[in-house]
Write a protein that binds this ligand. Structure first.
Ligand code: HEC
Length: 102
């Protein structure tokens, strides 16, 4: 799974940044393919298992994703997902989710 995420990330990101439909939220395509299945597109999770992250503070989201990436915060689901993310992508994801309403 990690390898797939890593391989598809540049393609997804290039597509997201190039597509005018995503101009308002460059992270939308990434969110849709990498995060929405658990956290929802707007960060309101459909199940009890996954936390709501929509409307969360941007700096907190950036820190959590960086901590998952460095494994300072350990979680078997989020660690491999965060591992290939660059700071730029993390900021874009945090922009997207912090801009949603709860
Ligand atoms: C397969 C399900 C799944 C996917 C996909 C997923 N997450 Fe998560 N996420 C979780 C779980 C479970 C947790 C809770 C981890 C814990 O208990 O520490 C979590 C926690 C988080 C947190 C911390 C929330 C908090 O309140 O501290 C953030 C931020 C986050 N995820 C962002 C993302 C982003 C951005 C993506 C897409 C790149 C993503 N997640 C993809 C399952 C998922």
């Amino acid at each position: 799974m990690n390898r797939i995420v890593k391989a598809s990330l540049p393609v997804l990101l290039a597509g997201a940044l190039a597509a005018p439909a995503f101009a308002e939220s460059p992270a939308a395509a990434l969110v849709e393919s990498l995060c929405a299945s658990c956290h929802g597109i707007d960060g309101n999770s459909a199940t009890d298992e996954y936390p709501n992250i929509g409307g969360q503070k941007r700096a907190y989201l950036v820190k959590q994703l960086q901590d998952f990436r460095s494994k300072r915060r350990e979680n078997e689901i989020m660690n491999p997902l965060a591992e290939p993310l660059t700071d730029e992508v993390i900021r874009a994801l945090a922009d997207h989710y912090s801009a949603q309403s709860k």
